[in-house]
Ligand binder design. Structure first.
Ligand code: MN
Length: 131
């Protein structure tokens, strides 16, 4: 057994709006495991850009109030203890409500030869506020 001690990473502004930090929990490690997990902390109003995951993604809210949306769907509030499951290839974003910090656990598989995520445009204030 190994103990990994990761540094908290500030997420890159080209893929996020506002302040978002990532603590890596699990990643493919050369033994055949393809699972990734991370704890992601969003400041109020912060959110990802629009993106897809070739292997899908599961988001389990730990603290605060999350907003999630799939392309063509409504902006949905997700609360601590609730889990949003996004199918492979479905375009979506996730973030904190405007007046709340939010922490979620993100879990996803990396498919061989494919990126974890394919990034698109930022979520505009109009899209974010369309709740
Ligand atoms: Mn995602």
């Amino acid at each position: 057994m190994e103990v990994h001690r990761h540094e908290t990473i500030k997420n890159p502004p080209e893929w996020f709006t506002g302040d978002v930090w990532l603590d890596a929990v699990a990643a493919p490690n050369g033994t055949g495991q393809q699972a990734n997990a991370g704890i992601v902390r969003f400041a109020p109003g912060a959110r990802t850009a629009w993106h897809t995951h070739p292997g899908g993604q599961t988001l389990h809210v730990l603290e605060g109030i999350a907003l999630v949306q799939s392309r063509g769907g409504a902006v949905v509030e997700v609360r601590p203890g609730e889990t949003a499951v996004c199918p492979p290839g479905e375009e979506h974003w996730h973030g904190a409500a405007p007046d709340s910090f939010m922490t979620h656990l993100a879990v996803w598989d990396t498919l061989p030869g494919q990126p974890s995520a394919v990034w698109g445009n930022h979520v505009t204030d109009a899209e974010y506020g369309a709740r």
